[in-house]
Design a binder for this molecule. Structure first.
Ligand SMILES: *Cc1c(COP(=O)(O)O)cnc(C)c1O
Length: 391
């Protein structure tokens, strides 16, 4: 008999009732060090006092009123994201897939609005992940996720190898609207774009008049040690999708764009019933209060450097288990020699939560507020599991 919850997840048999900072407490009393952050979402840990206070206070005033009216918290969040980025404008939605749907629509509409309605195709990279809606599945082109959901799926997407500028250039046609790329492929296994690649994409898009779209749903909101991962480079996209860490655990996504890119997005062209509601915006503004405070990212980069060094040492000590450290900042992981899912399970049994990713990687996505003691605790658990495994 099918479970009342549609069984699309192979869930671990553990339930949590409470969280505190980087720790989760299960209903059976066990404590876990949470280096999964609900898949890169709870970026400031669990029950962060500033986020709790912001959400509580908003909950007593107004939850929802729709986008038929002005929403002061939304205007403030948009102004702050614009101020902190390349963008001139922001659309708020409820998830990463919705953020990327909006990004795809912005890129296509730009060309329609500037006299090139035939420019509708997006070039995307193999190994990417952009969400589970039909268009974002088609964008990523992962056959495993598309199987049985229609043929053709949502049309208009071409695919090239990640990191290869020549292939990207060769794929451009008169129907190309833009390029969609993750600066770090989160779900795909933490392949990380070089600055040269991202800067080359910018030059290519400028040369052919294409929209450069970054999916920073996972790599954004401080994960790599800057607010957005592309801020490690000299360039910026025209359009960018955000979600995951944006609300610190409250569901919210955003699509950011330059004024030029967004010129087709006039009243009636896009919408969301829930997007940018007062509760989500209270959470988003509270996350921004913490992240935009002076020195926040210095702390993230210091702790990410420490974690990286500890992981490099573990890989060197246990080559029968681990092949390499991958990723950037606190979007990091171990490519395994043994099966990654087995490693995730053994770590969980020892009290450390991690997430599997593509290419046999175990992802470590700790909240950005961890300190040295949490790095030591996590690496101690990984070493213990590795020792037991190799005995
Ligand atoms: C998680 C993720 C998405 C989809 O986000 P949802 O909130 O699950 O829809 C899109 N792109 C990237 C890069 C992601 O990591």
């Amino acid at each position: 008999m099918i479970s009342p919850v549609l069984p699309t997840y192979a869930r671990a048999d553990v339930a949590f009732e409470r969280g505190e900072g980087p720790y989760l407490f299960a209903t059976d009393g066990r404590r876990f060090l949470d280096f999964s952050s609900g898949v890169a979402v709870t970026c400031l840990g669990h029950a962060h006092p500033h986020l709790v206070a912001a959400l509580k206070s908003q909950a007593e005033k107004l939850w929802h009123c729709s986008n038929l009216y002005r929403i002061p918290g939304q205007e403030r969040a948009a102004e702050r994201l614009v101020e902190a980025s390349f963008a001139d404008t922001a659309f708020f939605c409820n998830s990463g897939a919705e953020a990327m749907e909006c990004a795809i629509k912005v890129a296509r509409k730009y060309h329609a609005a500037t006299g090139h309605p035939e420019r509708q195709r997006l070039i995307c990279c193999t190994g990417s992940f952009h969400g589970r809606t039909l268009a974002t599945l088609a964008a990523a082109g992962n056959q495993k996720y598309l199987e049985g959901f229609g043929s053709p799926v949502s049309p208009g997407f071409d695919h090239v190898a990640y990191g290869n500028l020549n292939e990207m250039r060769a794929a451009v046609t008169p129907e190309t609207a833009g390029v969609v790329v993750e600066p770090v492929q989160g779900e795909g296994g933490l392949a990380t774009a070089s600055n040269d690649y991202l800067e080359g994409l910018r030059a290519l898009c400028d040369e052919f008049g294409l929209m450069l779209v970054f999916d920073e749903v996972q790599s954004g909101m401080g994960r790599t040690g800057k607010l957005f991962a592309h801020q490690w480079t000299k360039i910026a996209p025209d359009v960018m999708g955000l979600a995951k860490g944006l609300g610190g655990g409250f569901p919210v996504g955003a699509c950011l764009a330059t004024e030029r890119a967004a010129q087709g997005m006039t009243p009636g062209t896009h919408g969301s019933t829930f997007g940018g509601n007062p509760l989500a915006m209270a959470a988003t503004n509270a996350v921004l209060d913490v992240m935009l405070a002076p020195g926040f990212f210095d702390g993230v980069n210091r702790i990410a450097g420490l974690l990286r060094r500890r992981l490099e040492a573990i890989v060197a000590a246990y080559p029968a288990l681990f092949a390499e450290v991958r990723g950037k900042g606190l979007l990091v992981g171990l490519r395994c020699v043994v099966t990654n899912g087995d490693v995730v399970e053994r770590l969980r049994r020892e009290g450390l939560l991690t997430v599997a990713a593509g290419e046999n990687v175990v992802r470590l996505l700790p909240p950005l507020i961890i300190d040295e003691s949490h790095v030591e605790e996590a690496c101690g658990i990984i070493e213990r599991v590795a020792r037991q495994w190799t005995q």
